[in-house]
Design a protein around this ligand. Structure first.
Ligand SMILES: Nc1ncnc2c1ncn2[C@@H]1O[C@H](COP(=O)(O)OP(=O)(O)OP(=O)(O)O)[C@@H](O)[C@H]1O
Length: 252
């Protein structure tokens, strides 16, 4: 379970994230959508204790992320695939993480195989990796500790079509076995296929949330049309965030 409760982050006078409240529940993929600069990464960083909150609370598995002992064994995080040590090989990067988490080396080979990085690719330095390969390595790192929760910021970015399908199957399998997934993405067709629940953020505020089925059945439109409508003119001065009911009005 992931819980954001009135989560707010200000930079000076600017509210990057304001009063964001939502849950991502076990057994479900929760899609986190919003235009560029809407506040998705800031929210995810607050959930992972990497950006301090101005007010509100962020809990993962019932506690602040920073209070989890050995967090990598509980929560798999991919926030920035390019933030990997360029001078290490993929295998070395994973081996260091495995050592920190107390995970056996065999798991490194397992996750490399799982994400489709060949032994030859795994032994190349990360600086020579394509975006898709970095993304696969980041996903491998998130899966390394066999966590219960995945927090993934645009994990499909740079993946080829086979990779995107693989990712979808992986996430569906993960939640089928009781895991929790929070996933941000700009690939709306993909989110429509993979997400059970959707949270839409615009200018730092939640503009809609609910089950994918609910949102789509009430709008009678694609997720792309609904998203573009909901985020077309989100005003920073807008009143309280939309709930299921007001989303229903919007979606008509
Ligand atoms: N350290 C910072 N200092 C000042 N402003 C920041 C900082 N970090 C983020 N912001 C601002 O907060 C807002 C939200 O940024 P964020 O990266 O969370 O958006 P996003 O929804 O993830 O966007 P994208 O889809 O482009 O990745 C943006 O206006 C951004 O410029």
């Amino acid at each position: 379970m992931i819980t954001a409760d009135h989560l707010t982050r200000r930079y000076g006078d600017f509210t990057a994230v304001g009063n964001v409240t939502f849950e991502a529940r076990p057994g479900l993929v929760t899609g986190f959508l919003g235009p560029n600069g809407a506040g998705k990464s800031t929210t995810m960083r607050m959930l992972c204790g990497l950006t301090p909150v101005t007010s509100g609370t962020a809990h993962v598995l019932g506690m602040p992320f920073r209070e989890l002992t050995n967090p990598g064994r509980r929560v798999g995080v991919l926030l920035d695939a390019s933030a990997q040590h360029a001078g290490r090989t993929g295998r070395e990067a994973l081996t260091v993480s495995a050592m920190l988490m107390g995970v056996g080396r065999r798991r490194v080979t397992e996750v490399l195989d799982l994400v489709g990085l060949t032994p030859k690719e795994a032994d190349r330095r990360v600086r020579g990796y394509s975006l898709g390969m970095r993304q696969r390595l980041g996903i491998a790192n998130a899966l390394l500790g066999e966590p219960e929760v995945l927090i993934l910021d645009e994990p499909a970015n740079g993946l080829d079509p086979a990779g995107i399908r693989w990712m979808r199957d992986l996430l569906r399998d993960f939640v089928r076995s009781g895991g929790t997934v929070l996933l941000s993405s700009h690939l709306l067709h993909e989110v429509e296929k993979v997400a059970d629940e959707i949270v839409v953020i615009g200018n730092g505020r939640i503009v809609a949330q609910g089950s994918t089925e609910f949102l789509l059945s009430h709008s009678q439109r694609s997720l792309e049309d609904l998203f573009l409508d909901l985020t077309a003119d989100v005003s920073r001065d807008a009143a309280a965030p939309a709930t299921h009911e007001s989303t229903r009005e919007n979606a008509r």
